[in-house]
Design a protein around this ligand. Structure first.
Ligand code: ASP
Length: 579
């Protein structure tokens, strides 16, 4: 047990129990609530990080919400009829003898209980008050425990923590860089790291054969519930290893984190190929907490007369008991599917009299039977089908599945999944150059090197893998290219010419000339992992000082303009905003 006593207090408010009855204690904290009790007495709940305890005070004292107090008194048992079972300290109260006001406070800008929904900007503007709420205190503790467990697990496995710089040249993670102007070299800029990727690979060349860092990464992307401009990741790299070794290191770290929060470690984390994830869940980050998998129906309609199903791929999902979904909702879902890229959505209700659907009359009895059998349809179900090119079908049905079936983040337990064998390229850009699915340092699958040389780029698998938790992408990694010639070849396939490659990553290619070990690595988001372990849908709830959805910080008002003198020093001029 940690000893929380200091020169100003003997105990923490939330720690007092019946066993403490009779003890004289001194406590410090904030006034949480005050209730008048008769003419001369008042009850004050005193709060600190550990929780609240009830004080009985002289009603004449001026003790208002959020005043900071030091109180001395005796712990006594509450009369049975006033005990509060929902409170850890609910069986006791403090008969206060002395109260010192350490700080007075203005009324708080919003109520601090966890039941009131408060506007987020207001919360963030007064984050120091917001942080006093039990929910945030708990989340910060969960976060600290996760960080410490991950650190411990990496160290136990012989990883050495190495710090890498914040002011660097660009790292290609596919997002926009945040840049910092140089005063010494006006017109030149540093990039803030999107990840320590290149530095950790250089550590491998430098003989640090197991590197890790809990690293701050910055990416200038639109913010979402699971994304902030700056985030923390467990970043790791190791030499003389295979994909299996990396998966094992990282599994160990996330298991330690889960155990630190839930008391229970993880068993073996299952693996699924990217291909299978796409076919069964229409996603590269499948939420495997629930079924409603995508079912292949293409064969059932090879000879169909029904135009809409004369497509290269037909798939469907079964919504158990979904037949009572209203017509309006089905129309909305159809529109939604169109926005996601489908030509439309076919729905069928499974009734006692067969399939009820606007398209039922266009299908043969055999087709209907095959469809019902393949989808294992039962009376009362709703069947949803999309026909199109395969990628579109998977994408749209994958999103529809989430829309209709995804449980809240706190439900269904922790379902980790390794998604392996990602394609090397995820498509072609407008100029016809392939877009790397991971970053350009990813090693192609050995078996697919020939396919690469043949030029069937989109069929080439890579030795890249993702870790998924309850449908959130937690992180990714890969076996790296450690040979300069292969790396140059990949750059050239990506349309990065030799000159550009040398300008951007010359130092990495140079390093590879001096003896690079085979290496592989991984990184996962600490914010995302903590959010799910803390049962939060939004990572902002597990970050002490996050930005709003628009990227602003209402607390410090960042970002702010800088004055002309400062701009001059940096050799910068600000143009008027573009209309
Ligand atoms: N640098 C990658 C990322 O931040 C992870 C890795 O490949 O190790 O996503």
């Amino acid at each position: 047990m940690t000893d929380y006593s200091t020169s100003m207090r003997t105990d923490r408010c939330g720690d007092l129990r019946v066993d403490d009855v009779g003890r004289d204690v001194t406590l410090c904290g904030w006034v949480d609530r005050r209730r008048e009790h008769g003419e001369h007495l008042a009850f004050v709940d005193l709060r600190d990080r550990s929780g609240v305890v009830q004080l009985v005070v002289d009603g004449a004292q001026d003790l208002r919400s959020e005043y900071v107090l030091q109180v001395s008194g005796t712990v006594r048992e509450r009369p049975a009829d006033t005990a509060n079972d929902s409170l850890a300290t609910g069986a006791v109260e403090i008969d206060t003898a002395e109260v010192t006001v350490l700080s007075v406070a203005e009324p708080p800008p919003f109520p601090l209980d966890d039941r009131t929904d408060v506007d987020e900007v207001l919360r963030l503007r007064h984050r120091y008050v917001d942080l006093r709420r039990p929910r945030l205190q708990r989340n910060l503790e969960v976060r600290a425990r996760v960080t410490s467990a991950v650190r411990g697990a990496m160290e136990e496995q012989g990883f050495v923590e190495v710090e890498t710089p914040m002011l660097i040249a660009s790292t290609p993670e596919g997002a926009r860089d945040f840049v910092v102007p140089s005063r010494k070299e006006p017109g030149s800029f540093y990039a803030l790291p999107q990840s320590p990727q290149i530095f950790k690979q250089l550590c491998m060349v430098g003989g640090v054969d197991r590197y890790y860092q809990i690293a701050r990464c910055l990416r200038d992307e639109d913010l979402r519930a699971d994304r902030q401009f700056e985030f923390m990741q467990l970043d790791a790299e190791a030499s003389f290893v295979s994909q299996d070794d990396v998966l094992s290191f990282i599994s160990h770290a996330v298991s330690a984190a889960a155990e630190a929060v839930t008391g229970e470690g993880l068993g073996e984390i299952p693996r699924m190929s990217w291909q299978e994830a796409q076919e069964r869940f229409g996603s590269d980050k499948p939420d495997i907490r629930f079924g409603m998998e995508l079912v292949e129906l293409t064969e059932a309609f090879t000879d169909t007369e029904f135009r809409a199903f004369q497509a290269s791929c037909v798939k469907g999902i079964r919504v158990p008991g979904g037949a009572d979904v209203s017509r309006n909702r089905l129309d909305d879902l159809t529109e939604q599917c169109k926005r996601w890229g489908a030509k439309g959505l076919v729905w069928m209700r499974v009734t006692d009299d067969g399939l009820d659907s606007p398209v039922a009359k266009f299908l043969t009895d055999d087709e209907k039977a095959a469809l019902a059998m393949t989808l294992e349809a039962e009376v009362g179900d709703l069947l949803l089908l999309v026909a199109d090119e395969r990628r579109t079908v998977r994408h749209v049905l994958g999103l529809l599945r989430l829309e209709l079936g995804r449980p809240p983040v706190t439900e269904g337990g922790l379902h980790f999944l390794w998604v392996v064998d990602f394609p090397l390229f995820e498509g072609l850009d407008e100029a016809g150059n392939p877009i790397p699915a991971h970053h350009p340092f990813t090693m192609p699958h050995e078996e697919d090197l020939e396919t690469l040389e043949r030029g069937d780029l989109l069929d080439v698998r890579s030795q890249a893998y993702d870790l998924v938790l309850n449908g959130w992408e937690l992180g990714s990694g890969s076996v790296r290219i450690h040979r300069g010639d292969v790396q140059e070849r990949i750059f050239s396939i990506l349309g990065i010419g030799s000159e550009e490659a040398h300008a951007k990553f010359g130092f990495l290619l140079d390093a590879f000339r001096y003896g690079a070990p085979p290496h592989a690595g991984f990184a996962f988001g600490m914010d995302r992992l903590t959010a799910i372990l803390a049962g939060e849908e939004n990572i902002r709830e597990v970050i002490a000082y996050p930005k709003t959805q628009s990227g602003a910080d209402p607390l410090t008002s960042a970002p702010t303009p800088i004055d002309d003198r400062h701009l001059d020093e940096l050799g910068l001029r600000v143009l008027p905003p573009v209309e």
